[in-house]
Structure formats: structure tokens, C-alpha cells
Design a protein around this ligand. Structure first.
Ligand code: NOJ
Ligand code: NOJ
Length: 574
């Protein structure tokens, strides 16, 4: 199946006019990036002396910045790349590295650290020493994307092993690690987290998106190996995550990266989320912000254009051409320069889009994505264009060139030895900050694979629907009204506030399916539900921590809904 897909895409790809500069860069940089990546993995990587087996160092740089640690996020993204390459048949030499990674993560998970023990929050610890001991200095902790990214990589590996009939290893070795991570995700996703840049403590789009993916994949794996006890709670929390994911969209036409932070919110966070939750089977689905969805393309354009004026190396470059991009335009870390991995992420999102448009034989222009498509065809209008149309050809050729232009920027600022640091100078393109950043190498390999038309395995994004806590009122023939419940409730780590009550839309008093409130305005928890109009409705808030359920004290609360319009109910937990 994977190979059919691959060959199909390559056949299509060969008809595209691809930049010869980029062709040349890809062929020289691919082996150098692979070697650079492997040099940073213990026990035998040539630049990672002291790193234990399967431990990925972020960079060999030990001063300004000191990156000689192992981050759960960086390591998982690096091993997602390695596991994809092995399981897609692109590099059959990597199996030993994968086994080492599994062994290292089984150990690291159990290391007590400043975030806690394995059962009290320790899985959210962002980084460890390279000898697998805890890092005890001050840091932005917890970072809750790590367990999700690690389980995504390990589940990709597990699915491959199941296809090889190696169920025993999956069940005995991989499943316990995955289950630890996913229970953590299911129980803690609604708690605040530092973002992937380790700066903003709030909720983060990237974290939410990869957490959502992780639970969906986890449910599939659990079903495949008969570990069904987790299925119901993980499915419920995946639904809640998908709902919450929608709230990051803002009407200015882009995704706000974090709920906190006080910045524009334009951030590579969102582009990275799109490529790391790409599922070609889901087409251009907007609910999961697939790379070619109108929301993700509008977001990409907004993100890219935010960098045209902040870096002088971008000056004079035309609007429909690629530029250097960084983490976010307000960034000042290590000089606040462009990053290789963010510039390559833009290219990868565009290559992923081309994969889907070519596979489905059409592309769709909506009013939201129109400004993006107008970069390539100023006369294009809203509509669906089949691959037989000249509009499709004009646009896909333009997108290919635009994507290649981002890689050309990276190529231009890559030294001849192929080494990729973290940043390159916004004024002259020379390398800055951490040298040999392992994640930079991984980002080159995944962008190159996407350019070749290769997509990673599906994770179940296809066909998801979301009601986002808005259920329709039950029967009665009458209309419904939107009722917002706000409750002031102080919670402790692990607790969340839910509501249930006397009508279908409030789950008929079933606490197991009670509706989760959002804590975005903590300590006010909030939800809007469509309820039957002109009806007496009883309800209670429920405090849930794992399997422990605490109801509010008696008597039940009661409202009478209005005949039409909306209604706001403000309560205090009792
Ligand atoms: C929001 C969380 O979801 C809640 O559980 C926590 O108590 C508060 N933030 C305070 O950290
Ligand atoms: C800083 C980056 O912002 C963070 O995402 C990364 O995990 C560490 N450096 C290590 O590479």
C-alpha cells in the first residue's frame, strides 16, 4: 500500500518542473543531514560522546547555548523521522537505532525529576542529562508535547511491527511505554504547559494538535492489540482535544499559537503542528488543520509574510517567493534570527499539500484560502479545479516553485560541509546559535521526503467529526437556545470540571459522558451548549480527576431556558 502510493506520487512528481538548484541541494544535503543526525545519537555517534545508548543530544554545543542535553521533544521528532524512513523502506540500516531509542525511553520515563515521578507528572519534564539522570536546574516546565510526540513515534513503530507479526514485542515492550505517555496526555491535556519554544506557559496549538493525534493513534493501537480498557477514556479526551484545537483559530485568518504570551500569535508552532499531524488520507480536512486545508494555507501565508520585514536578508524578495522564516516575528532568543527547521517546515507543508492535490486530482479554493492561491494566479476565483484544468496546473506549478524557494533559501545559507545549526543570521545568513542541531537535520530529511512525494503513515485523521460540546436539544419539536455555563471553580493538578443534567444535551445525568468545560479563563470554567428552549432544566457540575468523580452538593441547580436567543448562567462551585 505504501509503495503503491509512493510510486503513484513519484510518477506524478516527475511531471512537475522542480528547481534544479533544489534538486542539487537535496542530493548533496540528504546524506550529510543523515550523517549529521546520526552523529548526535548515543552510544556511538561521533559528536555525542557521553550520550548513552539511544539518547539524542539536541546539539553538541555545550556553551552559549548549552544544548548538551536530551529533550523529549527533539528526540521524538528525530526518531519519528528515523522510524518513518525505516518503515517506508527508505533506509533499512536504522533498526538498531530504533531499538536503542525504545530502550532509552523506557528508562527515561521512570526517572524522577523536578516535574514529578512517573505517576505525579514527571512525564512532562522537558529535558534530561545525557547520562539519563534528571536535570534539576530551573527550566520552563512542564512541556506536555513530549509524551505525545514520543508515543506518536513509538506507535508508528508498533504498527510496523504488527504488520510483521511481532505482536509480543509490541504488547510487552512498546505498549507499557505508550500507555504511560497516553494516560498522561489523557489526564493532563487541559493543564497549562510551556510551549515548544519553552517560553509561554498557557495552552499551545502545537501541543494540543500532537496530543490529539497521539490519543487517536493510541486508540487504534489499543484496539489492534486488545488493550481495550483505555479506549473509552482516550476517545473521550481525543474528542475534547479536537474541540479545543478549534479555539486557536482567529478571525484574522490565522491560528493563534498560544493562549498566553502577549504576542501576535503568528508562530512556526502552527506550521510545525500541521506537518507533524499530516495524514494524506484525510485530504484537505480543516478540522484537523491538514496542510492543504484552507485554514492551514491562510495561516501559512500570514506566518510567512510576518517575516518579510523583520529580517534584512528578506528585503526585496517578491511576495510570491519564499523567504527566511523563524519561530515568531517578535523572537529575540540568540539574536532572533531565522531557523532552518522553521523555513523547511513551510516548504514541507506545501509539499504535503501537493501530495494531496495530486492524489485527489483536484484542489479547492475557498474565500479563506483565496489570498494564498492568488499568489500563483491573480485571476483565480473560489471553486474546485480538477487536475485537467489549466488553473490546477498553474497553481500546482506555482506552489511547487514557492515551496522550492524556501528550500533555496536554506540551500543558500548552508555551508559547503552541509552542517546545519539552529539559526542563520537575519543580516548575512551565516550560522548562529547551536551548531549541528539534530532537529535541523531531521527537518531537512522530512522536507526532502515530502518533496519526493512520500507521505508518512496515516494516523486516523480521516472522517473525524466534532460537535464541540454543542449537542442539539432532545426532541420536543421546539427550538434550541445557546446556553453558556460559567462556573468559578478552583481546581488542583489533574482535576477538570464537567457538567451534566436532565436532558439529552446534558447527557441525562451520566457522569461518564459529562461535558468538559474549558479552563481558558481559569478559575472560570466555561461551556456553551444548545438546550431545548422554554424548558426547566436541572444540572450539576462534576469535578473529575482520573476515575474519581465529585458531584456538587445538593440540591440540583435549575434554569428555565428562554424561548429564543441565548442565555448566560454564572455559577460558583458548591
Ligand atoms: C487550568 C487547569 O486546567 C486547572 O486544572 C488548573 O488547576 C489551573 N489551570 C491552574 O493551574
Ligand atoms: C530551544 C528550542 O526552542 C526548543 O524547541 C528545543 O527543544 C531546544 N532548544 C533544544 O533544541
Amino acid at each position: 500500500m505504501l509503495f503503491t502510493t509512493l510510486c503513484g506520487f513519484l510518477a506524478v512528481g516527475s511531471t512537475w518542473a522542480q528547481s534544479s538548484t533544489v534538486d542539487a541541494y537535496v542530493s548533496t544535503e540528504s546524506p550529510l543531514a543523515k550523517a549529521g543526525l546520526l552523529a548526535n545519537i548515543g552510544p556511538s555517534g561521533s559528536k555525542s560522546s557521553g550520550a548513552l545508548s539511544g539518547i539524542v543530544i539536541a546539539s553538541p554545543s555545550s556553551v552559549n547555548p548549552d544544548y548538551l542535553y536530551t529533550w523529549t521533544r527533539d528526540s521524538a521528532l528525530v526518531f519519528q523521522t528515523i522510524i518513518d524512513q525505516f518503515t517506508l523502506g527508505l533506509d533499512t540500516t536504522l533498526r538498531g537505532e530504533i531499538d536503542n531509542y525504545v530502550g532509552a525511553q523506557a528508562i527515561i520515563q521512570q526517572v524522577s525529576n523536578p516535574s514529578g515521578t512517573i505517576t505525579t507528572g514527571g512525564l512532562g519534564e522537558p529535558k534530561f542529562n545525557i547520562d539519563e539522570t534528571a536535570f534539576t536546574g530551573a527550566w520552563g516546565r512542564p512541556q506536555r508535547d513530549g509524551p505525545a510526540l514520543r508515543s506518536n513515534a513509538l506507535i508508528t513503530w508498533a504498527n510496523y511491527l504488527l504488520s510483521e507479526d511481532n505482536n509480543t514485542y509490541v504488547t510487552n515492550t512498546l505498549w507499557p511505554i505508550i500507555q504511560n505517555d497516553l494516560n498522561y496526555v489523557a489526564e493532563n491535556w487541559n493543564q497549562s504547559t510551556y510551549d515548544l519554544w519553552e517560553e509561554v506557559d498557557s495552552s499551545s496549538f502545537f501541543t494540543t494538535a500532537v496530543q490529539h493525534r497521539s490519543l487517536r493513534q493510541g486508540v487504534q493501537l489499543a484496539n489492534a492489540i486488545g488493550q481495550t480498557s483505555v479506549v473509552s477514556s482516550w476517545t473521550t479526551q481525543a474528542g475534547n482535544l479536537l474541540c479545543f484545537l478549534q479555539s486557536f483559530w482567529n478571525t484574522a485568518g490565522y491560528i493563534t499559537a498560544n493562549t498566553g504570551g502577549g504576542r501576535s500569535g503568528k508562530d512556526a508552532n502552527t506550521v510545525l503542528a500541521s506537518i507533524h499531524t499530516f495524514d494524506a488520507a484525510a485530504g484537505c480536512d480543516a478540522l484537523t488543520f491538514q496542510p492543504c486545508s484552507d485554514v492551514a494555507l491562510s495561516n501559512l501565508l500570514t506566518y510567512v509574510d510576518a517575516f518579510r520585514t523583520v529580517y534584512s536578508i528578506n528585503s526585496g524578495i517578491a511576495e510570491n517567493t519564499g523567504v527566511a522564516t523563524g519561530r515568531y516575528p517578535e523572537d529575540s532568543y540568540q539574536g532572533g534570527n531565522p531557523w532552518y527547521l522553521t523555513t523547511l517546515a513551510v516548504a514541507e507543508q506545501l509539499y504535503d499539500s501537493l501530495i494531496v492535490w495530486n492524489a485527489q486530482g483536484s484542489l479547492n479554493v475557498t474565500s479563506l484560502s483565496l489570498p494564498f492561491f492568488q499568489l500563483f494566479d491573480s485571476s483565480v476565483v473560489v471553486g474546485t479545479y480538477a487536475s485537467s484544468t489549466s488553473t490546477f496546473t498553474t497553481i500546482t506549478t506555482g506552489v511547487q516553485d514557492y515551496a522550492d524557494a524556501f528550500v533555496e533559501v536554506v540551500a543558500k545559507y548552508t555551508p559547503s560541509d552541509g552542517e546545519l545549526s539552529e539559526q542563520y543570521s537575519k543580516t548575512d545568513g551565516s550560522q548562529l546559535s547551536a551548531v549541528d542541531l539534530t532537529w535541523s537535520y531531521a527537518s531537512a530529511l522530512t522536507a526532502f521526503d515530502a518533496r519526493a512525494g512520500i507521505s508518512p503513515a496515516s494516523w486516523g485523521a480521516k472522517g473525524l467529526t466534532s460537535t464541540c460540546g454543542i449537542s442539539t436539544g432532545g426532541g420536543g419539536g421546539g427550538g434550541t437556545v445557546a446556553v453558556t455555563f460559567n462556573v468559578d471553580a478552583t481546581t488542583v493538578f489533574g482535576e477538570n470540571i464537567y457538567i451534566c443534567g436532565s436532558v439529552d444535551a446534558l447527557q441525562n445525568w451520566d457522569p461518564d459522558t459529562a461535558l468538559l468545560l474549558s479552563s481558558a479563563d481559569y478559575p472560570i470554567w466555561s461551556i456553551t451548549v444548545n438546550l431545548p428552549a422554554s424548558t426547566d432544566i436541572q444540572y450539576k457540575y462534576v469535578r473529575i480527576d482520573g476515575s474519581s468523580i465529585t458531584w456538587e452538593s445538593d440540591p440540583n441547580m435549575e434554569i428555565t431556558t428562554p424561548a429564543s436567543g441565548s442565555f448566560i448562567e454564572n455559577d460558583t462551585w458548591r
